[in-house]
Design a protein around this ligand. Structure first.
Ligand code: UDX
Ligand code: ADP
Length: 493
């Protein structure tokens, strides 16, 4: 098969950037990204390139390719039929109901996409799972396709997990550390792997394309995210020890990161990791281990999540503790709502948890984020799955009444701002929840003068210049550093 046409089902954070880069690097291939959401597709097609997701560099790639060999459409059936290769890039959130609630991934979107492909396809196809899925999902997709096809159409199902990180997606896609393709170890399976590999070879050196069996590929994606999340939980665990002893977690991270066996990346202590992948994938791994009757392995990985919950709660408690053990009716400015800088994505953002914990104590919140829309913030703070989530990721069902109460609470306590200085005026404290570069450049003297005294600065990302904040007069608290009496005195050169 010569690949001339690719269809991607799902125009979200994975499908959109991935297919834009494939289109840019493979001008000989027509790439169509389809979605159920007309609104999303309209945004991808908008004249002013007001794309549905914010990702540095994405707009330029879309400008270069859209209408040339990159198309966005809701005509799913037509695109599936025309394609040689179909990527499935639909969402796989953690289940919020039924068996595996709060831990297993919800595969209903994947299954719906697979059934649609089976019903529509009239020619042979390679179906590629790009979304993070549990081990053996390819097998389930294969069974759905096989059981629902009557006209002799043949499918090969490949696992090709995406390793891009939001905020650096375009660079990650253009220069990946590796591309992983898993396939059935049969002659037709291996042929399909080679065909997908050929697409990537347009811009990626062959030696960076790793070919494995399907299950290794599926498990490697979960393992990679679990190892990365584990590093953050490990350094966050150390941050608690630092705060208790007087060691500084930045110095510890630097000291251990220079060991080439450890390396310096992913050792940035914070108020906890967020994002659509880490928690979901580690929980997915825990669920898999339990299903495989490996309770010790499941408990080991569960600790990565428990440590993250602990870190979020611990930092919120620090804010409350420093503000004389009560934040009721105090104004606290939240700087950053996205789960990391350079994205407008808020899924599982630690900011949501911070806001929730502070609202539970009756604090008034002024929220500013350079990319997240007001409606998204309100939705996240009132959404049942977050507002009703208890410790350790277990859910309790909310009644309509409870949800209404959340609405009332949020509308009473939360104000959202488009300008950081306005958000900080009259505040008792601010909390940096996202590491946006612009927060380092703010005029903190002006901010100090506009805040109530004593003015508290809580740096949940360790990005600010703490010495200069202390010199201005702020009481500064951060992750992984013990505050002593000395910290309240001006720094003398
Ligand atoms: C992650 C993986 O990095 C990527 O390979 C995979 O495809 C999807 O999941 P993403 O969630 O987009 O990507 O962002 P990432 O940069 O990994 O950050 C995740 C969270 O960890 C963020 O909240 C970030 O702020 C936090 N983090 C990261 C830390 O707290 N400390 C660090 O040292 C690194
Ligand atoms: P991710 O971060 O995994 O890309 P997103 O939620 O950003 O997740 O994107 C997933 C997209 O998949 C959404 O835009 C959603 O509308 C779309 N989607 C879900 N199910 C289907 C389906 N059966 N057919 C087409 N699109 C789908």
């Amino acid at each position: 098969m010569v690949v001339t046409n690719i269809c991607c089902v799902g125009a979200g954070y994975v499908g959109g950037p991935t297919c834009s880069v494939i289109a840019a690097k493979c001008p000989d291939i027509r790439v169509t990204v389809v979605d159920l959401s007309q609104q999303r597709i309209d945004a991808w097609n908008s004249d002013d390139f007001n794309l549905p997701i914010y990702e540095p560099g994405l707009k330029d790639v879309v400008k270069e390719c859209r209408g040339r060999n990159l198309f966005f459409s809701t005509n799913i059936d037509e695109a599936i039929n025309a394609a040689d290769i179909i990527f499935i890039s639909v969402n796989t959130p953690t289940k919020t109901y039924g068996l595996g609630k709060g831990r297993a991934p919800d595969l209903k979107y994947i299954e719906a996409a697979a059934r649609r492909i089976a019903n529509i396809a009239t020619g042979n196809k390679i179906v590629v799972e790009k979304s993070t899925v549990p081990v053996k999902a390819a097998e389930s997709i294969h069974r759905i396709l096989f059981a629902n096809t009557t006209n002799g159409v043949r499918f090969q199902v490949l696992s090709n997990p995406e390793f891009l990180a939001e905020g650096s997606a375009i660079n990650d896609l253009m220069n990946p550390d590796r591309v992983l393709i898993g396939g059935e170890q049969s002659s037709s399976g291996l042929r399909a792997v080679e065909e997908l590999s050929w697409v990537y070879e347009h811009w990626i050196p062959k030696e960076k394309i790793i070919k494995t069996n399907t299950w290794s590929s599926e498990l490697s994606k979960l393992a990679a995210n679990a190892f990365l999340a584990q590093r953050i939980s490990s350094i966050n665990a150390m941050s608690a020890v630092c705060e208790a002893t007087g060691a500084d977690v930045g110095e510890v991270a630097h000291a251990i990161g220079t060991d080439s066996r450890l390396g310096p990346k992913f050792l940035q202590a914070s108020l906890g990791f967020g994002g659509s992948c880490f928690q979901k994938d580690v929980l997915n791994l825990v669920y898999l281990c339990e299903a495989l009757n490996l309770p010790e392995v499941a408990a080991y990985w569960q600790q990565v999540i428990d440590m993250n919950d602990y870190q979020r709660r611990r930092f919120a408690n620090k804010v409350i503790g420093c503000l004389f053990n009560t934040v009721t009716d105090k104004t606290i400015t939240i700087l950053g709502f996205a789960f990391k800088k350079n994205t407008g994505d808020t899924r599982e953002s630690s900011s949501i948890y911070m806001c929730k914990y502070l609202m539970d104590e009756g604090a008034r919140l002024h929220i500013y984020d350079p990319q997240v829309a007001q409606e998204q913030i309100i939705a996240d703070l009132t959404h049942r799955d977050i507002s009703e989530k208890s410790e350790r990721g277990k859910f309790k069902m909310a009644t309509t009444l409870e949800t209404e109460t959340e609405w009332e609470k949020v509308s009473k306590l939360v104000k959202i701002y488009n300008n950081p200085y306005e958000a900080l005026e009259g505040a008792h404290a601010f909390v940096v929840c996202t590491e946006w570069d612009e927060f380092k450049e703010l005029d903190y003297l002006r901010i100090y003068n506009s805040m109530l005294k004593p003015a508290f600065a809580f740096d949940g990302r360790r990005i600010l210049d703490h010495d200069s904040l202390k010199n201005i007069g702020f009481h500064v608290e951060t992750v992984g550093h013990k505050t002593t009496l000395k910290d309240f005195l001006p720094i003398t050169p």
